[in-house]
Design a protein around this ligand. Structure first.
Ligand SMILES: [Zn+2]
Length: 444
């Protein structure tokens, strides 16, 4: 048995801890429990492992209970002074009596809830900067937390992959999927985010959803505070308003300015998918949207997040690239079947040797006789290039060096998307040929 690394909240298997990593974690914990002197080498590895787990949003399952039983969850954390491990607050499964990880519950339970109103990450980060500072004191102060939560919902619903979004004929369908995904994220003990998430503007405007929130708030656990979420397509975002100019799309007035993605102070154009955080108003007689984040998406029918208008054009067009690769006669005949193609827009940076990078698009092609162990997969990184100045190129060169560890890097030249000789369609067709050739070379 060994410690298993799992994804936070959804508890998906990620990997098993290496024995040396596990040794370091146990050694440091043991020294702490027995109040003995720490081994500096073990401490160094211990901190590196926990830092990586934090960065990747991962937890661990202990292995102290007999096989076949549900195992307790160990949570990595960044303390003020050092990296540490603790246990989920109010965890349902306790460790075995002799387990070295059984002691210490992490303080600040709010960090383990998807509750934007009390997120320890922010509290802790701002506390380090300024002890007097409360996360709520500035307009839009905690918005990055909402952005992070929206991305987690999107990832859990797999809306960032083409294979995922292709299943949905309309925004109502993929919003329903997002609601189902929100079950994995508790906003308070025993309250999944799905219970306080509204994806239907009509229900918000009629007051029906507010009543439901009121009802839920009456039986709310002690901590963290009652909260709610609004989430649907935003066609326009301006100041404090969402859909202020698009009648019938679900207008929301936010008490702080809506935050969205900007490139050199220019807001990326809509459509967006927004997530608004609801809190009880000061007089406790209503609910108000305290902060909101609007994530630009490719289209209402294709809710894959995009960072720029070039990326939006590229993603809308790459759906066709996936089709072309699947249907390609030459590939089918040579490989004796249809390849599986998955297009994914990574939502968080990917850790590779020597650093971290954030590719625009990952394209994974699997051999028709898939062995499912990964050896039959080829991965490509598609980068949508924007500006053309030397500084930008130099910075990109550096990140592309890291991306090559993930797969072959293919560039799309955004500034030429509209040109006659090298327009987007031509570039896409060229990529399709390039990838087919590469696959034939690898697999035949
Ligand atoms: Zn244990």
């Amino acid at each position: 048995m060994a410690l298993e690394v799992i994804r936070a909240f959804s508890r998906e298997h990620v990997r098993w801890l290496e024995s040396l990593e596990e040794y370091a974690l146990r050694k440091v914990k043991d020294a702490r429990v027995r109040r003995r002197k720490e081994d500096p080498a073990a401490r160094k590895l211990h901190d590196a492992v926990i830092r990586a787990l934090c960065d990747a949003d991962c937890w661990m399952l202990c292995d102290c209970l007999p096989d076949g039983l549900e195992q307790p969850v160990i949570v990595p954390g960044r303390g003020r002074r050092s990296m540490r491990l603790g246990n989920l607050p109010d965890a349902s499964v306790p460790h075995a009596g002799n387990c070295v990880f059984r002691l210490q519950h992490l303080q600040g339970a709010s960090r383990f809830f998807f509750n934007p109103l009390s997120h320890e990450r922010d509290v802790e980060a701002s506390a380090e900067r300024d002890l007097e500072h409360k996360p709520w004191s500035g307009p839009g102060r905690s918005v990055p937390v909402v952005a992070y939560m929206l991305k987690c919902f999107i990832r859990e619903a797999r809306l960032h992959t083409l294979a995922g979004v292709e299943r949905f004929p309309s925004p109502e369908d993929w919003l329903a999927e997002l609601r189902r995904a929100a079950v994995a994220f508790p906003v308070a003990p025993g309250v999944p985010a799905s219970e306080v998430l509204c994806t239907a503007p009509a229900s918000w405007h009629s007051g029906e959803f507010r009543e439901r929130l009121d009802e839920r708030a009456r039986h709310w656990p002690k901590d963290p505070p009652p909260c709610g979420y609004l989430c649907w397509v935003a066609h326009d975002v301006e100041g404090h308003d969402i859909n202020g100019r698009t009648g019938g799309a679900g207008h929301v007035r936010v008490t702080s300015p809506v935050v969205s993605r900007e490139i050199h102070t220019n807001r990326v154009e809509g459509p967006y998918l927004f997530l608004g955080a609801l809190a009880q108003s000061a007089d406790m007689h209503g609910w108000e949207c305290r902060m909101a984040y609007a994530e630009p998406i490719a289209a209402p029918e294709l809710p894959i997040p995009v960072d720029s208008d070039y990326e939006r054009q590229a993603l809308l067009s790459l759906a066709r690239l996936v089709e072309d690769l699947r249907r390609g006669k030459e590939l089918q005949e040579a490989l004796g079947g249809v390849v599986r193609v998955e297009l994914e827009r990574p939502l968080f940076p990917i850790r590779v040797r020597d650093g971290r990078c954030h590719p625009d698009v990952l394209l994974t092609v699997s051999h028709p006789d898939g062995s499912f162990d990964g050896s039959d997969k080829v991965r490509y990184v598609i980068e949508v290039m924007g500006m053309g100045n030397a500084e930008y190129e130099k910075k990109k060169e550096e990140t592309h060096r890291l991306m090559k560890r993930i797969g072959r890097v293919i560039r799309l030249e955004g500034r030429q998307f509209g040109s006659a000789h090298n327009g987007l369609e031509r570039q896409r067709d060229r990529i399709a040929r390039q990838i087919s050739k590469d696959l034939l070379w690898r697999w035949t």
